[in-house]
Design a protein around this ligand. Structure first.
Ligand code: NDP
Length: 291
């Protein structure tokens, strides 16, 4: 069996065209959807991600502003910037690019973002709403994964879903979303004994670890939907996932490539959340949008 490739780039393009229509509607009503992106330090990968997000905003009709702070900026400076943006009526979404330098505790920084502008969906209030089953903003990568699974046409109810990795950004929220979709979910992590025992019975396998090709083909159930979130560099400097793509392609029913899979979907879902934040703001202001 050769798996169907879930093309994240193509799906992201379709979604971005939808967000653009919604952003255009907001702009026509006098609300320019505004996203503020905060970058602390000079991490080269983070700089590339921020640049891509800003470019994607421009293409989608979303106004973005970039705020760059020095790597050794004190917490108080970052918090003051976040609070200023929280109070800025022209900014509907705020994103702090992660990871932050070690002296800035990620979780406590995120808690300063207004939950109504937390387009990454990582504020404890937003994660709590997700847990309670009425999400306000869904974290971007997990939301993108669910969109990709939709394209398979699989009914997730009763399916065995195995998520490898339990971060707040990917593993835990995607496990919650799969649970809400009716799957029976197993969440694996670094203390899991016999990982292959779990992955081999997964109808849906989501890998979010960050270890090059740690999921071999023999660890994939025949016909499974495999979502590879991992982003790793090979010895030749190429981008590759947590799954041995070549081997898994021969066994899985569906598979996401790296690059061109989950990555583009994460950016697309960020734009979606930014548009949603601006639409909520318009509704609060009593501004009607053309249908
Ligand atoms: P974290 O480092 O926060 O989490 C990694 C998780 O993997 C942890 O829960 C850890 O377990 C688990 N783990 C580590 N080793 C093993 C093992 N041998 N077996 C099973 N589980 C293990 O990473 P993130 O969730 O932030 O990111 C994961 C990967 O996804 C990275 O490669 C990252 O670059 C990529 N990523 C890609 C995105 C995209 O848009 N494409 C977006 C976000 C992330 P424990 O908790 O026990 O330590």
């Amino acid at each position: 069996m050769t798996a169907t490739i879930i093309d994240g780039k193509l799906l992201a393009q379709k979604l971005r065209a939808d967000w653009k229509l919604r952003a255009d509607r907001l702009n026509a009503a006098g609300i320019a959807p505004g996203l503020a992106v905060i970058l602390v330090g000079e991490d080269p990968a983070s700089k590339v991600y921020v640049r891509n997000k800003i470019k994607a905003c421009r293409e989608a009709g979303i106004r973005s502003e970039e705020h760059v702070l020095a790597a050794d900026s004190p917490l108080a400076e970052l918090v003051a910037l976040i609070e200023r943006l929280n109070a800025d009526a022209d900014i509907h979404g705020i994103l702090v690019q992660l990871p932050l330098p070690a002296h800035l505790a990620q979780a406590s920084v995120i808690e300063h973002i207004s939950p109504d502008k937390d387009v990454d969906g990582l504020h404890a209030r937003n994660l709590g709403s997700l847990l309670a089953g009425h999400p306000h903003f869904v974290p971007c990568t997990p939301a993108g994964i669910m969109e990709m699974l939709k394209t398979t046409g699989l009914d997730l109810r009763g399916k065995e879903a195995v998520v490898v990795g339990r971060s707040n950004i990917v593993g835990k929220p995607v496990a919650l979303l799969l649970l809400q979709a009716g799957a029976t979910v197993t969440l694996c992590h670094s203390h899991t004994r016999d990982l292959a025992h779990h992955t081999r019975r997964a109808d849906v396998l989501v890998c979010a670890v960050g270890k090059l090709r740690m999921i071999g083909g023999e660890m994939v159930k025949s016909g499974a939907a495999v979502i590879d979130v991992g982003m790793n560099r090979t010895s030749e400097g190429k981008l590759a996932g947590d799954v041995d793509y070549g081997a898994a392609l021969q066994r899985a029913g569906w598979i996401t490539p790296v690059p061109g899979g989950v990555g583009p979907m994460t950016v697309a879902m960020l734009l979606g959340n930014a548009v949603l934040a601006a639409e909520r703001y318009a509704a609060e202001q009593g501004i009607r949008l053309d249908p």
